[in-house]
Design a protein around this ligand. Structure first.
Ligand code: PYR
Length: 312
């Protein structure tokens, strides 16, 4: 198995580190445009191999896409991260051109690859990859909901004072501070609805904290978070390469599902060896569907910038 991670910044490097530690691939390419940057990080990670006991061979390359040839899965993290006070949406002008160029270069050498998009604004970058690569929709997966659902379970575990691994919880919709929808109604502690254990005000606070989870970290750290985004990317690589058929929320192309089309948005999907394999219908309430539609409107508005930039 061969995996490429494009972008050796904090998110890309953390994703690569997780992939290596879990031995998801024999060969892992870390690519960056900054001279020597990916090489340095790859060597640093390889120098942990005997300490951590993994066999994955990590190679860092500077903008040489031929080295990525034959990748099974490619994770795109390229582009600028957020600064404090900045929304993910403000990155579109800079990151759209970068992501399109990266995706097209990768496709030349890995025509069978499954693409995982992490770059922000993630919903629009996933749509851009879908439109510019012309690949079957199942091979284009945006990571956002996987990360947001993990943050949701973290905040729920804080409120319940419980082990986050005993929780189920999903965030659908866009990967934006105002567009994501933590589905508190469907969240469970083992099989018990969390609404049996937490009052409405607490659940509303958990949802609100989840929605600004990324912004909170950007404010604390001074740049975008990377441990959870990198781990979320690696969890999807794992589900694909191990054909896990696990349920995640991911940003995928909708063709009428959840009442939307011509958009990539976060919905529950099964992830396996062929990418996202099927969308699961959570049967939203009227209010949840209205929130989903509102989220779609905001993302569609953002996607329109791609046409203005003549990228789609
Ligand atoms: C986040 O931390 O939410 C990102 O989008 C990287």
């Amino acid at each position: 198995m061969k995996v490429t991670v494009v972008g050796a910044g904090a998110v890309g490097a953390t994703c690569a580190d997780n992939i290596a530690r879990k031995e998801l691939a024999n060969e892992l390419i870390l690519l960056d445009i900054k001279e020597g940057f990916a090489e340095g990080k790859a060597i640093d990670m390889m120098q942990t191999a005997t300490l951590l006991g993994f066999d994955t061979k990590i190679t860092g390359v500077t903008a040489d896409y031929s080295k990525t040839a034959g990748s099974d899965v490619v994770v795109i993290t390229s582009g600028l991260p957020r600064k404090p006070g900045m929304t993910r949406e403000e990155l579109i002008g800079i990151n759209a051109g970068i992501v399109k160029g990266v995706a097209e270069n990768i496709l030349k050498f890995s025509p069978e690859a499954i693409f995982i998009v992490i770059s922000n604004p993630m919903d629009t970058m996933t749509y851009l990859a879908l439109k510019s690569l012309g690949l079957p929709k199942h091979r284009i997966i945006g990571m956002g909901g996987t990360l947001d659902s993990s943050r949701f379970k973290f905040y729920l575990s804080q409120a319940l004072n419980c082990n986050p691994n005993d929780l189920q919880g999903f965030v659908i919709g866009g990967h934006g501070d105002t567009t994501m929808i933590p589905l508190t109604r469907l969240a469970t502690y083992q099989s018990l609805p969390v609404s049996n254990l937490l009052d409405k005000a607490t659940l509303d606070q958990v949802a609100a904290d989840t929605m600004v989870g990324g912004a909170t970290l950007t404010g604390l750290i001074g740049t975008s978070a990377w441990y959870a985004p990198g781990a979320a990317g690696a969890a999807l690589v794992e589900a694909i390469l191990r054909d896990e058929k696990k349920l995640f929320t991911c940003c995928v192309s909708l063709e009428g599902e959840y009442g939307q089309q011509d958009i990539c948005l976060g919905v529950p999907v099964i992830i396996g060896r062929s990418g996202w394999e099927k969308i699961i219908d959570f049967k939203l309430t009227e209010d949840e569907q209205a929130a989903f539609n509102k989220s779609a409107d905001a993302v569609r508005n953002m996607n329109s910038v791609l046409a203005e930039m003549k990228l789609v």
